[in-house]
Write a protein that binds this ligand. Sequence first.
Ligand SMILES: [Zn+2]
Ligand SMILES: [Zn+2]
Length: 388
Amino acid sequence: MNIKKLAKPFRFSALLMLALCLIFSQSAIFANNEVINYGKKVTTYANGSVVDISTGQNCGIATITYISEEGISKSVTTDKNGEFKIGKLETGFYSWYVECDGYYKGSYLSYPVISGGNIYAFEISKDNEVNRTWEQQVATEGAPGDSCSFSEVVENLNKLSNSSISLFSIYNTAAPTPYVPTSVTVKKTSGAVVTVSLEDYIAHVVCREMNPAQNIYNGMSDSQKLVALKAQAIVARGYATYHYYVSRRHSSSTGYYFCDTTHCQVYDPTYSPVLAIQAANETAKQIPAIVSGSPYNWNIDYIDAVFFASCPGSTINVEDSPAFGGTPISYLKGVSCPYDIRPTLTSGHRVGFCQDGAAGYAKNGTTYASDIVTHYYTGVSVVTGQYN
Ligand SMILES: [Zn+2]
Ligand SMILES: [Zn+2]
């Protein structure tokens, strides 16, 4: 999943706007590689900074005036760090004017405010040469009053970005939300194939994979058990999501995604301990994933969230476990498992999330399930997805 840099630099008055054929239809603009409908306005924020184009430094206290399509004008000033914050602003197009003592006034006309948050870097100049360069550039792009298509506008903006001047940038600060399946199909040992909601499936996987009624959890309070069960729920949901979108456990010709045995995950809808159901509900849509990139180019990768029962105090690298193919995987590294509640028992392949170790963390005071999950998967975050 990528979010591209949204827009390219431009500045200056009606001349530039017309020359660039800035005839955005007022209904749509490219953002996140898709068309956003501006008919439905939402409130977002616009923050940013004003800097000297030559030095990249704060220009002093700058005033930013922004005027809506309806002509409503408001102003904000930068703080001592050269930064400004506009907490609430409706999406749409605004004209921006930036003033700072000793600098030429910067104008950015019909620039979009997009949903999900905006950060602007306004660059202004003391140097008249910069202004002239831009006027010349504009002159080569077309005469005022020309009309052209939206794709030509984008093309022209791209051409301008190849100049040595970068006066304006905009990007989306929110990382994208990964999909999780709304429901999954499971083939039961009886032979029946059932469709169940993801959360119902996870709840009844947790019930069997980490049954809170087991004697080994004696001595743990319900709230401690719940933390461990929530970690298991996040892991089970991550495993299911990975094997739904990335790598199936059963081929598509079978007509189902998962079986109800340890081959996939043990699923038993007839057994519903309250704590396990609560753990699934309280972590709904949460999965472990690798978030990388930057606001210009986000990436989110699902992980194969493998888990096992118990280890002697540490997990091992995936390539060192005979149960796997010998290829290193960045997030499946050996880590310490200091609180394993049954350290004398080794049960499982020792790769990824250790169930007894997770219980040990909860018993020893860890209160956030996500902290346990991210301990066992290197370089991974717990993110909240959306159903599809
Ligand atoms: Zn299976
Ligand atoms: Zn362990």
